[in-house]
Ligand binder design. Sequence first.
Ligand code: 13P
Length: 251
Amino acid sequence: MSRKKVIAGNWKMNKTPSETSIFITELSDRVKQTKDIVICAVPYVCLTAALKSAKRTKIKIAAQNLHFEDNGAFTGEVSTDMLTDLGVKYVIVGHSERRQYYNETDATVNKKILKALKAGLKPILCVGESLDQREMGVTSDFVRYQVRYALNGVSSEDMKNVIIAYEPIWAIGTGKTATNEQANDVCKTIRETLVELYGRRVANAALIQYGGSVNVKNANELFNMSDIDGGLVGGASLKIDDFDKIVNYNK
Ligand code: 13P
């Protein structure tokens, strides 16, 4: 079956609101022809600028995190109501950097996925193994576990709004990309996990991205693999010419 591709830039802690406006305006010109879904996940303080510049363009705007409670004494956190009130439609959940540096656990990832879906936000769920886990040969088991845990309580109907990003931790920001086959194999494993959870129809329709040192040179081959439906791009999404080429990978 043919699925759409979704190409998302995860800016992480980069760019100011002013830089955001310039970048999104420039990018909107360069993505006019694409049939794929193009998303920029910007820092919270850049959301307003990004949404303004992305209005009436092909670009969708994502937040990089959310809190699973409605409101309360959680200094520094941001709720779903705050995001949806701005007009945000997508949100990254469970990025490995949040799992590593900010105590994000499988349990909080699950709570955030459920909260995002309830609020009408489309989560981009990140999963992926460490180098140790790959070398121990537990990649497949580990990623299956992460996916099952994160999606606990998510209905088949809601799966239409979930994007999964397979991001091996050892490939993030290291310049070491997974080979096309390694990346595709794990994306396939994720799809098989979805078959077990939701059946073939839902699994075949699910969008599963690869992330980890995606660049201008490897995007085309990666995105043309059977089970890879686009990419979650870090470093290369910050440079307009590179991200333009990645989004237009098939030209
Ligand atoms: P890099 O593309 O910089 O390796 O980052 C990948 C990533 O973490 C995207 O979420």
